[in-house]
Design a binder for this molecule. Structure first.
Ligand SMILES: C[S@@+](CC[C@H](N)C(=O)[O-])C[C@H]1O[C@@H](n2cnc3c(N)ncnc32)[C@H](O)[C@@H]1O
Length: 268
């Protein structure tokens, strides 16, 4: 059995991450910045939102952190082309569960990343320790009943005779907290003025090809890694795509987002 990989197909993610970018822009629109802050983009991916952050911090500094070398390489290419050497010092390969920062940031932004980290107590403790007193976090990730409909179909298919042996011992790679659970996690980590909420973000993809590429590379990449041949991976995706074609509207994804906000006390 293959081990679960940290890597993504970053060029596909960069091309197809329109939904994530539009949700992320809404998160960034909530920031009230002076323009000179030092901000961490936690789980920056290919840097499409890191670029937006850099635009609103003309006198500040942004550090993008990600665990995937492919994602960071894409981010490096795109951000260097757009912003020059300002960005090259700001991209760091690290696990969000083991951040190499203490009291370093005025703020932390994160979009579409935290649900990939299964230990939220450790995650938010490390994030709080990376902030200066008075520092803030403004973030969003998957939460609540995120993608229940697709996940139910994937689980059902994985349990059928042709696939079950490849999924023995497999667990979903995400943690989808609800608003109350997430607030508790932030408070336990030492954040104050905590606000959390869940919102629906239904998303409809254009056609069968886009749906299949998106689901395979962005949502179910860890599921597909369980399958040892391309024929099996194609069969798995063909089945899910055929089911999605029958939905109303076709090729829809039942996304839900968890918004998270908090602040470190001024004096720790
Ligand atoms: C769906 S992408 C989101 C990227 C970007 N923030 C966006 O909104 O487009 C999730 C990112 O989180 C990163 N990630 C997941 N787990 C991580 C961890 N433990 N440490 C650091 N990065 C992680 C992944 O490598 C990936 O680049």
């Amino acid at each position: 059995m293959q081990s679960q990989s940290r890597e993504w197909n970053s060029s596909v993610y960069h091309r197809l991450s329109g939904p994530q970018v539009s949700w992320g822009k809404k998160v960034l629109s909530r920031l009230r910045l002076r323009g000179d802050e030092v901000v961490l983009d936690a789980g920056c991916g290919t840097g499409r939102l890191t670029a937006e952050l850099l635009e609103v911090l003309p006198a500040g500094h942004v550090i993008g952190v990600d665990i995937s070398q492919n994602m960071l390489q894409s981010a490096r290419e795109h951000l260097l082309a757009q912003f020059g050497s300002r960005v090259s010092l700001g991209l760091v390969a690290a696990d969000l569960l083991d951040l190499p920062f203490r009291h370093a940031f005025d703020g932390i932004v994160s979009t579409a990343a935290f649900h990939w980290v299964l230990d939220h107590d450790r995650l938010f403790l490390g994030l709080r320790q990376a902030l200066i007193p008075g520092g803030w976090i403004e973030a969003q990730c998957g939460g609540g009943p995120n993608l229940v409909s697709l996940r139910t179909r994937a689980d059902g298919l994985a349990a059928t005779a042709g696939f079950a042996r490849f999924f023995a011992g497999f667990h979903e790679p995400w943690l989808y907290q609800d608003a109350k659970g997430a607030a508790g996690t932030l408070l336990r980590a030492g954040f104050v003025d905590v606000e959390t909420s869940i919102e629906p973000a239904p998303t409809v993809l254009g056609d069968a090809q886009e749906y299949s590429e998106f689901v395979r590379n962005i949502i179910l990449r860890r599921h597909l890694e369980q399958l040892p041949t391309e024929d099996l991976r194609e069969e798995f995706m063909r089945n899910l795509t055929a089911q999605a074609a029958m939905d109303q509207p076709p090729f829809s994804l039942d996304y839900w987002r968890l918004n998270l906000r908090g602040r470190v006390p001024d004096i720790e």
